[in-house]
Design a protein around this ligand. Structure first.
Ligand SMILES: Cc1cc2nc3c(=O)[nH]c(=O)nc-3n(C[C@H](O)[C@H](O)[C@H](O)COP(=O)(O)OP(=O)(O)OC[C@H]3O[C@@H](n4cnc5c(N)ncnc54)[C@H](O)[C@@H]3O)c2cc1C
Length: 381
């Protein structure tokens, strides 16, 4: 597509494409089947700068922008969506809030290690009883004089099983949005990483429960201001959603490429099924939708890079791109017929992986809420 990218953006896109094609795609089926989180591979992503895409060079990162991160995400998700979750979490959910709200000391301590993959981080907002309605979270942090004691539970935490660093949102004040603060802590006594939650897809990604049972966090572990936690959490998701939209574009592209290749080879009724309009048209529609999804995604990223408001644009990109990923994967399964339903072909993995993009970092319903609020303001509340 004729999108204007800088030389640097094209270079990182080419780097990610080559690495994903050579090192990730050939192994994706095996990792997913074995439900293996490929830690060595993830560290190598750090080695080539892709875990710290948005981390400034002064903190050991690649010093690039949100657009670059989207380009990287598309390439990696096209090879394996599960692996791309680690890239999204490290950059979008951990480095980004640290950059936004961290003290210089916190940034110097963690960002260089996050960027190289020496340390993996995770973002723990969701709880067993609280997801979309994050302002109602129940995990509590009580002041102890020299710090905080945190008690509660977190659910569905990506990267949690491999994480050394945890960003935890907990209630330090009264009910509602302004009673929530963010904390940053290494693994410590009182923080128990629980089981890997069995999932529909993303089998090469770690997703865990976390129990917080009297976790002690020093005063220096407060991230941002006391009471500013939910604002930080939501600002983080404003950016993270753009990254997930790019992930959805990557999954959709993988599904499209598979459908085109298969339809060109599969013979029925005397020739390749690609000559049948009934096969062509769904694939053609998906091709158009993927281009549109990518444009929406890069538009939202460009707004973020320009320092302009991007909450609604990111919500539109994620809402649309995630539905395209689900549709593209469905078309791929249908195009492959019985082989589409087989666990020995990638179409069914794309089908399972695509669905998550409509759920995490805000469900599609929540994206509609965000978009509606941008249109109606207080009248939508
Ligand atoms: C694989 C995976 C990885 C994840 N990774 C992380 C992570 O790293 N960190 C983290 O903190 N969380 C993570 N999550 C959690 C994820 O963000 C939540 O699951 C998601 O936000 C939805 O919350 P919920 O599951 O509690 O659903 P609920 O909020 O209970 O929603 C249930 C249903 O009600 C709908 N609904 C809720 N409110 C509204 C509304 N106002 N209007 C219309 N419909 C509404 C929802 O759209 C949904 O369909 C992950 C989840 C999964 C499955």
């Amino acid at each position: 597509m004729a999108i204007h990218l800088t030389d640097t953006q094209r270079e990182v896109q080419a780097l990610a494409r080559e690495f994903a094609g050579n090192e990730i795609a050939p192994n994706a089926a095996r990792w997913n089947e074995a439900r293996e989180v490929p830690l060595d591979l993830l560290r190598r992503l750090g080695g080539i700068g892709l875990l710290g895409v948005v981390v400034p060079e002064e903190y050991g990162g690649s010093g690039l922008d949100a657009t670059s991160l989207c380009l990287v995400m598309e390439e990696i998700a096209c090879a394996d969506a599960g692996v791309s979750v680690a890239v999204a979490a490290q950059n979008g959910l951990v480095a980004s809030p640290l950059l936004r709200a961290g003290t210089d000391e916190q940034k110097r301590e963690w960002l260089p290690r996050l960027a190289t993959g020496e340390v993996f981080g995770c973002y723990a907002l969701t709880e067993p009883d609280v997801g979309s309605d994050a302002a109602a979270l129940r995990t509590r942090a009580v002041a102890t004089g020299d710090g905080w004691e945190v008690t509660g539970a977190k659910q569905w935490i990506s990267n949690g099983g491999i994480a050394d660093l945890f960003i935890i949102f907990a209630r330090t004040g009264g009910e509602g949005a302004h009673g929530i603060s963010a904390f940053i802590t290494p693994r410590a006594e009182g923080l128990v990483v629980g089981r890997e939650i069995p999932k529909m897809g993303l089998h090469s990604s770690s997703t865990v429960e976390i129990a917080l049972d009297g976790l002690r966090v020093p005063g220096s572990g407060l991230l941002g201001t006391e009471g500013g936690g939910l604002t930080l959490a939501l600002a983080t998701l404003d950016g993270g959603r753009i990254t997930i939209a790019a992930q959805a574009v990557g999954i959709a592209r993988a599904a499209l490429e598979l459908a085109v290749a298969y339809a060109s080879e599969r013979v029925a009724f005397g020739g390749p099924i690609a000559r049948l309009q009934g096969v062509q048209f769904p694939i053609a529609e998906v091709a158009a939708q993927i281009d549109a999804a990518r444009l929406l995604t890069l538009h939202a990223a460009a707004l973020r890079d320009a320092g302009r408001p991007h909450g609604a644009a990111g919500a539109k990109a994620k809402l649309f791109a995630s539905s395209v990923a689900v549709r593209a994967a469905d078309v791929a399964v249908q195009t492959l017929g019985g082989y589409g339903y087989s666990a020995e072909f990638a179409a069914e993995r794309y089908y399972r992986d695509a669905k998550i993009t409509e759920i995490y970092e805000g469900t599609s319903e929540i994206q509609r809420v965000v978009i509606a609020r941008s249109l109606f303001g207080d009248a939508a509340r």
